[in-house]
Design a protein around this ligand. Structure first.
Ligand SMILES: NC(=O)c1ccc[n+]([C@@H]2O[C@H](COP(=O)([O-])OP(=O)(O)OC[C@H]3O[C@@H](n4cnc5c(N)ncnc54)[C@H](O)[C@@H]3O)[C@@H](O)[C@H]2O)c1
Length: 255
């Protein structure tokens, strides 16, 4: 999969799945804008990509803020002159029972996980139209199709990401912009480890049950998601749009 001279923006790329995706896209030849609300981690990832022989620039910004989303697109255009790929990966979890979820928490999860995709897409798509096409991948979650208790707000946003992806695919097909989403299962990232720690579980304790019900017998790595994203934004996926790809080692097919 070759992405030579393509320009890709990855949100939430300071760590975890976003970092793995930014690095994988750079390996395929893309020039990458490493977006993250945390400026230090964005700079560190952009530096690591440059050090590995790739081309990257960091862009601090909160995807839920309109001015930051606009600035993210402007950074790509100012530095690289075009936008071919947008990976809407930035997301936050919330593991709280519905009756204990405050309106502020609910609004914050929706703002980052859903409104952030709307805003970043809104400011990147005009450049894709300008250059006669592009590809967007939204990171949802398997929780969109099978979930647990205490994740109401998070689950609702991830279900909405699938619907949003389909609507965007229809709206921008005429402009040769493909829009797909990826539904990761349990992926070993800081977010996952922090969630388990909040429940008082070590990583090994927390994943034991999931592994037992995962046909591939392991949790995923950021690279597993990054490889799927790289395929979806490549020319090899030229006829793929509006699709939702489950990447979970088979976890959600196990009853
Ligand atoms: N790890 C998993 O098991 C898993 C499973 C399913 C879906 N996902 C989804 O994958 C995506 C990445 O998850 P992860 O596990 O790598 O998370 P993570 O917490 O390890 O990394 C997320 C990154 O996004 C950044 N970020 C958070 N809020 C932001 C904002 N408002 N604007 C810009 N950047 C922001 C953080 O600073 C961080 O660098 C999320 O959308 C998450 O919901 C993760």
């Amino acid at each position: 999969m070759q992405l030579t001279d393509r320009v890709a923006i990855v949100t939430g790329a300071g760590r975890g799945i976003g970092r793995a995706t930014a690095e994988r896209l750079a390996e395929a030849g893309a020039k990458v804008v490493v977006g993250d609300v945390n400026p230090e981690s964005a700079a560190a990832v952009a530096g690591a990509i440059d050090a590995a022989g790739g081309t990257a620039v960091d862009a601090q910004g909160d995807v839920s803020k309109e001015s930051d989303a606009e600035r993210l697109a402007q950074t790509a255009l100012a530095r690289f002159g075009r936008i071919d790929v947008l990976v809407n990966n930035a997301g936050i979890g919330l593991y709280t029972p519905l009756l204990e979820t405050t309106l502020a928490q609910w609004n914050q999860v929706l703002a980052v996980n859903l409104t952030g995709i709307f805003l970043c897409s809104k400011y990147c798509i005009p450049a894709m139209v300008e250059s006669s096409g592009g590809s967007i991948v939204n990171i949802a979650s398997v929780r969109a199709i099978a979930t647990t208790a205490r994740t109401t707000a998070y689950t609702a946003t991830k279900g909405a990401v699938i619907a949003l992806t389909k609507a965007m695919a229809i709206e921008f097909g005429d402009e040769s912009i493909r829009v797909n989403c990826v539904l990761p299962g349990a992926i070993d990232t800081d977010m996952m480890r922090e969630n388990l720690a909040e429940d008082g579980l070590t990583f090994e304790e927390g994943i034991a049950g999931a592994i037992q019900k995962t046909p591939m017998r392991r949790v995923g790595a950021g690279r597993d998601i990054a490889n799927t994203v790289t395929f979806l934004v490549s020319d090899e996926a030229a006829y793929v749009t509006g699709a939702a790809f489950v990447v979970d080692g088979g976890r959600t097919v196990h009853i």
